[in-house]
Design a protein around this ligand. Structure first.
Ligand code: FMN
Length: 143
C-alpha cells in the first residue's frame, strides 16, 4: 500500500472532481490518498508521499496564485527522485499543466512517472474517470 499525496486547488469544482475521481481509483487499488488544498499543504505532506501529484486549473492562461505559492513552499521539501505527476483541469488551452510539470521536473528534480494530464472541464465524473484511468494506472505501476 502506497501513500499518495495530491496537492491541488479548484475555484469552481472541476479540478476537485478530477482529484475525487483519482482518489477513488487509487483507493480502489488499495492505496491511501491524502488530498490537500494548496493553502493547507505542508512540506511534511509532500515529503511523506510515496507519490506526489500536483495540479490546478488554468485561469487567463496562467496557474492560480495559491498553486504558485505552494510551488514556492515545496521548494523547501526534499523531493529529488520522488515519484510523481502533474495534472490539470482546463477549458481551451490549459497552460497550468506545463507550469506545474516543469517545476516538478526542473526545480524539484522529481521522477515524473506519467506524462501530465489535462482534463477538459465537465460536470460528468464518468467522463473524467475515462480520461484519468490510464494516468492513474501508470502511476500505480510505477510504485
Ligand atoms: C474567467 C475564466 C478564465 C479562464 N481562462 C482559461 C484559460 O486561459 N485557458 C483555459 O484552458 N481555460 C480557462 N478557463 C477554464 C477553466 O480552466 C476551467 O473551467 C477549469 O475546469 C476550472 O477549474 P476549477 O473548477 O477547478 O477552478 C477559464 C475560466 C474562467 C471562468
Amino acid at each position: 500500500m502506497a501513500n499518495i499525496v495530491i496537492v491541488f486547488d479548484s475555484l469552481r469544482g472541476n479540478t476537485k472532481r478530477v482529484v475525487d475521481v483519482m482518489s477513488e481509483l487509487f483507493t480502489a487499488a488499495g492505496h491511501e490518498v491524502k488530498a490537500v488544498k494548496a493553502k493547507e499543504a505542508e512540506v511534511a505532506d509532500a515529503e511523506a508521499a510515496d507519490a506526489l501529484l500536483l495540479g490546478g486549473p488554468t485561469y487567463h492562461k496562467d496557474l492560480m496564485n495559491t498553486m504558485k505559492q505552494v510551488l514556492f513552499k515545496l521548494e523547501k521539501a526534499d523531493l529529488k527522485g520522488k515519484p510523481g505527476a502533474a495534472f490539470a483541469s482546463f477549458g481551451w488551452s490549459g497552460e497550468s499543466l506545463a507550469i506545474v510539470e516543469d517545476t516538478m521536473k526542473n526545480l524539484y528534480e522529481m521522477n515524473l512517472v506519467a506524462d501530465g494530464i489535462k482534463v477538459k472541464q465537465t460536470p460528468v465524473s464518468a467522463k473524467v474517470k475515462k480520461e484519468v484511468e490510464p494516468f492513474v494506472q501508470k502511476i500505480i505501476e510505477a510504485l
